[in-house]
Design a protein around this ligand. Structure first.
Ligand SMILES: [Zn+2]
Length: 317
């Protein structure tokens, strides 16, 4: 940066303005120390947020497995590679979190099958050919729940009782934009959204909403509709309503209290009128709020009678 300024000053000497006060000089070693400290704190904050996202999303993906068409066996570990991070963060992620070119375990969820099996951070999950793989790779586990890992250069065999979960990855993106979105295969939540969602209930609401976009196949439908009509907003609105409706069921099935959901959507609409969740152009509308309220009433009525919590589908499922 400084080099660029001085270079351009050489070329355009007359155009270069300067400061008028004598600024304190910066000690290079103190500068390096402060940089390292800020970097380390940023990654501690990132892993804290990821732990929270992982805890809430695991609960939702597991309790709704029966309603998901795509499921997989899960042991509750999260692997990462350097490409899991945006380009400018990769070197720092390697220093702070040990991110490599090949997958290694970043975190093991407390009380998960992986933790009970003895898996720890830094372990490498292996496939049948002893090649390092991510946690959602197929066929890691043998029929008896055995799986292979590499730890400190040694290959070991561990044993886990896997759980069945909805097969959608939930990822965290470092970003100052309050945002969450579904890609069809994954759910992405930004660090700013995690900070905005004050309680786990609020985070569960966001994840449930985005999961519904994926399970209900909205992404290809939206793309098709946009291509056909040219009006993104008008055509995405029914899908938003459906993601609200189905997402609330997902949240309730995971055992989260949904009494404050209206407050969350209102707070998001008021504070971040442009925050998306695919609502770029239309903040929280009164009709949307009212239909969320009706959904909450519908779920409460089913809870009272002990009826299974399933969305009311038009065609029998
Ligand atoms: Zn949405």
């Amino acid at each position: 940066m400084h080099k660029t300024i001085s270079l351009s000053c050489l070329i355009f000497i007359s155009a270069c303005a300067s400061v008028e006060t004598r600024l304190p000089s910066v000690d290079p070693s103190a500068f390096a120390k402060e940089t390292a400290m800020q970097e380390s704190q940023a990654f501690i904050r990132y892993t804290d947020m990821l732990t929270r996202l992982d805890r809430v999303s695991a609960k939702i993906l597991k309790t709704n497995a029966q309603l998901c068409e795509k499921t997989r066996s899960d042991i509750g570990a999260r692997t990462h590679i350097s490409k899991s991070y945006s380009k400018h963060l990769r070197q720092a992620a390697a220093r702070q979190l040990g991110a490599k070119k090949t997958p290694s375990v970043l975190m093991v969820r407390p009380n998960s099958p992986a933790q009970i099996a003895g898996l720890i951070k830094g372990d490498v999950l292996l496939n049948k050919n002893n090649k390092s793989v991510s946690e959602n790779a197929k066929n890691i586990l043998g029929n008896d729940g055995q799986f292979k890992i590499r730890r400190a250069g040694k290959i070991m065999t561990l044993m886990a009782k896997p759980e069945t979960i909805c097969d959608y990855k939930v990822n965290l993106r470092m970003s100052g934009a309050v945002n969450a979105y579904a890609t069809g295969r994954a759910i992405i939540v930004t660090t700013a959204m995690i900070a905005f969602a004050k309680t786990d209930e609020e985070l569960a609401l966001v994840i449930g909403h985005e999961l519904a976009h994926n399970t209900m196949g909205h992404i290809p439908k939206i793309i098709r509709n946009v291509i056909l009509s040219g009006f993104a907003t008008r055509t995405t609105r029914p899908f938003e309503a459906e993601a609200d409706y189905v997402g609330l069921y997902y949240m309730a099935r995971a055992g989260y209290d949904f009494k404050d959901v209206e407050l969350f959507w209102r707070r998001l609409g008021v504070q971040h009128p442009k925050a998306i969740l695919r609502e770029k152009t239309h903040p929280m509308t009164p009709s949307r709020l009212l239909s969320i309220r009706s959904t909450a009433d519908e779920i409460r009525a089913k809870q009272k009678t002990g009826e299974t919590l399933r969305p009311n589908y038009i065609k029998p499922q």
